[in-house]
Design a protein around this ligand. Structure first.
Ligand SMILES: [Zn+2]
Length: 258
């Protein structure tokens, strides 16, 4: 029997009574586990197989299958504060999806990053506007896709104007534009903000103020790079954007109310 800590990235029903869960674990990276009878034996698994639950897992390692048998799953944190807030739960759901798309291997730094982000999301009453770009950019970095932002990723020169190349993974100078025809314009302010997001700890994120135009550009560049890196637009992002839009409208209507 092996033991580890994990975060539920996905779980779904299998057969009549069981569940299959995909975890990101501290010691084994992505781990798929079958919880036999989980839908019947509530007292054994409780809500531990719900999305983004943080659990202690005991499992029997399978020798010939990538799906292991879960013996026990004890919940360490359910993140009730996230689940009770539709915006926060849309963020956490989206995060679990992109982790699944970008990460396979074991890396304790990634595990701790996810825990720190979930705890922050649960506790913080006012979410900073840079929270999503911060998560996306740092997850890309931790997954090995950290963008080159100090000089042209191709010829190493320090040019005066740049484009961003998702293919090469960084900024490129005008001489190298033809190396990635899908590169997009990027402003020096955006590059500077991306560098700050990489150096910042989540706890101090709220101290960075940003004007809407710059926020729009940084979001655009990071999304373009993220979608390129995972080969598609994540499904749950649509929901996040709808909730954010609805929230902005609600706040605006409070402000304009007589
Ligand atoms: Zn160049």
């Amino acid at each position: 029997m092996e033991e580890t800590e994990g975060i539920v990235l996905r779980s779904f029903d299998v057969r009549e009574t069981s569940k299959l869960a995909v975890f990101y674990t501290r010691d084994f990276g992505v781990l798929k586990g079958l919880a036999k009878g989980a839908r019947k034996k509530q007292k054994y698994f409780g809500s531990s197989l719900e999305l983004f639950s943080h659990d202690y897992i005991s499992f029997y390692k399978s020798r010939n299958s990538e799906v292991h048998l879960i013996g026990k799953c004890e919940q360490k944190n359910f993140y009730i504060g996230i689940r009770e807030n539709i915006l926060k739960s849309s963020f956490a759901t989206y995060w679990m999806e992109i982790v699944q798309e970008l990460i396979q291997d074991q890396d304790e730094k990634i595990f701790d990053f996810l825990l720190a982000c979930l705890s922050y999301l649960e506790k913080e009453p006012n979410l900073p506007s840079l929270l999503l770009p911060f998560f996306e950019l740092n997850l890309l970095r931790l997954a090995g896709y950290g963008p080159v932002l100090t000089n042209c990723v191709s010829c190493k020169k320090e040019p005066v104007s740049y484009k961003f190349s998702p293919l090469l993974g960084g900024i490129i100078c005008p001489d190298c534009h033809n190396k990635d025809t899908r590169s997009i314009d990027i402003l020096p302010n955006t590059i500077a903000l991306m560098k700050i997001l990489i150096k910042t700890q989540i706890e101090t994120l709220a101290r960075i103020s940003v004007v809407p135009k710059l926020l729009g550009q940084v979001k655009g560049v990071i999304h373009y790079y993220l979608f390129h890196s995972i080969g598609k637009r994540p499904k749950s992002l649509q929901f996040v954007e709808e909730i954010m839009k609805a929230k902005i409208l609600t706040e605006a209507s409070y402000l304009t109310a007589p």
